[in-house]
Ligand binder design. Structure first.
Ligand code: AMP
Length: 186
């Protein structure tokens, strides 16, 4: 099994522009090509399924983590290297956090935002120091960054919260960053 694992948070929908699916596929392929492992939400839906399928095809070790009650709705991805079934959303998120050496956030909906905010707040509270990389496909990350900046401007967050995450402009840039992190981790 690869030593460096990337937990990817992304939509259970494909989004309205085919660029999202294309980006998810290149992320999955790139993770596999770099010899990294993928950890994701386990579903064969939307960008999640596309990322996992591309990573598996590229030879990555892919771990899906899905709560029992979601196995029907999100339809677990067949043929994963490993499938972990949890008893709740909270346990799923804990496992996805624990297994990742770094986090990549791709476009998604409320679930993706929830997962992103949670690992950011855990980092803010000093519970971990793992890298968090938002990939800004078609400007998807900009409203998120603006919301954080507004919280700072209005005195609800410290300026240093911007240091908790990084925004990369493309999948290629995010993969280059992951390779750097992987090399440092040895
Ligand atoms: P979404 O971004 O809403 O398409 O969801 C992406 C992933 O987050 C899916 O695997 C969802 O099951 C998961 N998710 C959705 N809602 C929540 C939630 N409230 N807490 C944690 N995960 C969620």
């Amino acid at each position: 099994m690869a030593s460096f694992s990337v937990t990817v948070f992304c939509g259970s929908s494909p989004g309205v522009d085919p660029a999202y699916a294309a980006a998810a596929a290149s992320l999955g392929r790139g993770i596999g090509a770099a010899g990294m492992a993928l950890v994701f939400g386990g579903g064969n839906v939307g960008l999640m399924g596309i990322t996992a399928g591309a990573a598996l095809a590229a030879g990555a070790h892919v771990t899906g983590i899905i709560p029992d009650f979601l196995r029907q709705r999100e339809v677990e991805f067949p043929g994963l290297s490993e499938l972990i079934v949890t008893d709740s959303m909270h346990t799923r998120k804990r496992r996805m956090f624990a297994l990742g050496d770094a986090f990549v956030v791709m476009p998604g909906g409320l679930g993706t935002l929830d997962e992103t905010i949670e690992i950011l707040t855990w980092k803010q509270l000093g519970q971990h120091t793992k890298p968090i990389i938002l990939v800004d496909i078609l400007g998807w990350a900009q409203p998120f960054v603006a919301m954080v900046e507004q919280a700072i401007d209005r005195g609800f967050a410290r300026e240093t919260v911007c240091d908790l995450f990084e925004v990369q402009p493309s999948v290629e840039a995010a993969l280059a960053r992951l390779e750097e992190l992987c090399a440092v981790a040895g």
